[in-house]
Design a protein around this ligand. Structure first.
Ligand code: HEM
Length: 242
């Protein structure tokens, strides 16, 4: 199998609005890709991630073929679609907030904080992995009974005024603590440090290379993906020069 893993399979698998047959086909192709990759690594082990997953043992137990395929499937989807959405969201909000963009351009050392704030302000993953209550849980004046499935809106939590004063304002020097863009607890995103680096390097490179970067379309004409899981634009046309 050739081609770039994850792209556009991931977009089809997590985005809404795709034909179910197209989704099933993307799923089959990604599974085929994972199986072929495992065979290649079995014949030619290296020191990269998939070989490491194949070597890993716990109490004499190893990951089975289907567990390896599931792991590769998850990593490809979680690792490709999310940073792409997040970069789009970040560029969109920087261009929509020229004063904040000017601050960042004037002081590039703000970038790590800016990335934290852009993740809080508009995270690329809308909901956490589904959780199940193990006991009755009281939230406000509502009881969620034991055994119910709970779908948490991360974007909503990250605009909570009680935790982030003036939450609807993008403030690149805010240094937000306790954002939920990467989830929380045992399922906290394993790719978070990598994703933050990708965002910092990608945005720095873009802003440095193109000082006149701007929208190439009326922002009101932009469309958000019709999905509760991923939160991103279908496309973001930009002009590189004035
Ligand atoms: C800006 C980019 C990213 C965002 C916003 C993001 C966000 C998230 C969120 C919200 C979760 C669910 C956490 C929870 O339910 O508590 C998650 C899980 C996960 N993410 Fe990411 N992610 C990003 C990038 C990545 C990358 C680059 C990788 C891999 C290289 C990755 C791999 C994973 C995996 C494997 C899980 C499942 C963890 C588990 O269930 O234990 N993510 N991510």
């Amino acid at each position: 199998m050739t081609g770039d893993p994850g792209w556009p399979w991931a977009t089809k698998l997590v985005g809404a609005g795709h034909d179910p047959e197209e989704v099933a086909e993307a799923s089959r192709q990604l599974i085929d890709y994972a199986n072929e990759l495992i065979e290649t690594k079995r014949a030619h082990p290296d020191d990269a991630l998939v070989s490491a997953l194949m070597r890993v043992t716990e109490d004499g137990d190893r990951l089975s073929q289907s567990e390896l395929v599931a792991m590769i499937f998850l990593l490809v989807i979680a690792g490709s679609e999310t940073p792409a959405n997040q970069i789009g969201n970040a560029v969109y909000h920087l261009l929509s907030n020229p004063a904040e963009l000017a601050r960042l351009r004037a002081d590039p050392s703000l970038m790590p904080l800016a990335v934290e704030e852009l993740l809080r302000y508009d995270g690329g993953v809308g909901t956490a992995s589904f959780r199940f209550t193990t006991a009755d849980v009281l939230v406000g004046d509502v009881v969620i009974p034991a055994g119910d499935m709970v779908v948490l809106s991360l974007n909503s939590a990250d605009r909570d005024e009680a935790h982030f004063p003036d939450a609807d304002r993008l403030d690149l020097s805010r240094n937000p603590r306790g954002t939920l863009a990467f989830g929380h607890g045992i399922h906290y995103c394993i790719g978070a440090p990598l994703a933050k680096l990708v965002l910092q390097i990608g945005l720095s490179g873009l802003l440095t290379a193109f000082p006149e970067l701007g929208f190439a379309t009326d922002w009101a004409e932009l469309h958000w993906k019709n999905s509760t899981l991923v939160h991103g634009l279908t496309e973001l046309p930009v002009r590189l020069r004035a």
